[in-house]
Design a protein around this ligand. Structure first.
Ligand code: SAM
Length: 352
């Protein structure tokens, strides 16, 4: 388990956080975020759109009591396993029990995705792990297993996105190690890697899975990294990650769109993704968290414009400051086709 030396070296601890192939992850910006957060006094913090969870982990390492939130199940499990978790990991006996062949395992994943993603054996492996998950009683350990399954699937899938099925995805096979390992091998590697991430610092952190507008409001600092309406492409998390989102809850509560070639699930609505609703949504968001210090991430390739966001924030905050960094995104952009598109300017807008 990780030693709790985060008081001495918060950034060093945060940088041990694993990278997920998650669109919009701020992992590479952690040193800069650390610098900016260091200028703000806070004891409690909310990461309201936690995604891969790396920023919440930084806030934890900086000594805050952290609440994470994301409306996607797989993002919730990542944060519950790695941020909220006070160090509960699985031993080798638990892992053996998890991997044991279970004759009663359902075949839902194999039946639904054979010929679309992975091999039938790999899909059966996921069905089997899910069937054995009931043997793990602790909610943090269960989240850890789900996180390892999702991480394995993201690594094994060409480009880490589930937009194209096996046949078309084959053109992205370039012999790299991630594509050569089986899903089972990735899972075991992930379980090993992830066990060193959660730690207990004596504070009651928690992970939530709800719409941002339903959250409580009692935090000193609120970090906001919503999806932005893109100038081009689209930013739909479900389109890219529907397989891991379904996997995180065994597709319970989700209806698979049978007309979809890759067996997608329905989009999750968020007002931040549409031009018509984004500006009122930001206004509502700033109003909601008006009592907290607000730190908003913004990229130059998003809508609305920076000036619009600043003026909205000024409605609720007397002091608004803007910090700028440069950041090259690696996932979710077609950087092979148009290299300039991958280079965006990143801003942090602070309202106090
Ligand atoms: C840009 S990503 C966050 C990235 C994260 N900061 C990181 O470093 O990995 C935006 C996240 O907001 C979540 N999201 C979008 N709309 C939401 C809503 N209305 N309520 C809660 N979460 C939402 C998405 O699921 C996605 O994970």
């Amino acid at each position: 388990m990780l030693r709790v030396d985060s008081y001495r070296d918060p950034l060093g601890v945060a940088l041990r956080y694993p990278q997920f192939r998650f669109m919009g992850s701020k992992h590479r910006l952690l040193p800069w975020l650390y610098e900016v957060f260091s200028s703000i006094p806070f004891h409690t913090a909310l990461d309201a759109f936690s995604g891969s969870g790396c920023v919440a982990y930084l806030l934890k390492a900086m000594g805050a009591t952290v609440t994470t939130n994301d409306h996607l199940h797989f993002a919730y499990h990542i944060a519950n396993a790695l941020v909220a978790n006070p160090g509960r990991v699985l031993g080798t006996t638990d892992l053996d029990r998890l991997l044991r062949e279970n004759d009663e395992a359902p075949h839902f994943i194999e039946d639904t995705f054979s010929g679309i993603f992975f091999t039938p054996e790999e899909l059966r492996f996921l069905d089997n792990v899910w069937a054995n998950l009931g043997l793990i009683g602790d909610e943090f350990q269960r989240s850890l297993v789900i996180t390892a399954m999702c991480r394995a699937a993201l690594k094994r899938q060409p480009r880490g996105v589930f937009t194209v099925a096996n046949g078309k995805a084959a053109r992205y096979h370039d012999g790299r190690r991630d594509l050569r390992l089986t899903l089972q091998e990735h899972f075991i590697e992930s379980m090993e890697l992830l066990r060193s991430v959660p730690y207990d610092d004596g504070r009651p952190h928690r992970a939530l899975c709800m719409d941002v507008f339903d959250l409580p409001i009692e935090y000193d600092l609120v970090y906001l990294d919503p999806p932005y309406v893109p100038r081009s492409d689209d930013n739909c998390y479900i389109k890219r990650y529907h397989f891991v989102e379904g996997l995180a809850c065994y597709w319970h509560g989700y209806e698979i769109l049978r007309s979809s070639k890759v067996r997608k699930i329905k989009k999750k609505y968020t007002p931040f993704s549409y031009r018509r609703t984004a500006i009122p949504a930001f206004d509502q968001l700033f109003h909601k968290f008006a009592e907290s210090v607000i730190v908003l991430s913004y990229s130059s390739n998003g809508y609305p414009d920076l000036e619009v966001l600043i003026s909205l924030l000024r409605r609720y905050k007397s002091r608004v400051e803007v910090f700028e960094a440069e950041h090259r995104y690696h996932y979710g952009t077609h950087d092979r086709v148009r290299p300039d598109r991958a280079l965006v300017r990143e801003f942090l807008i602070i309202g106090a």
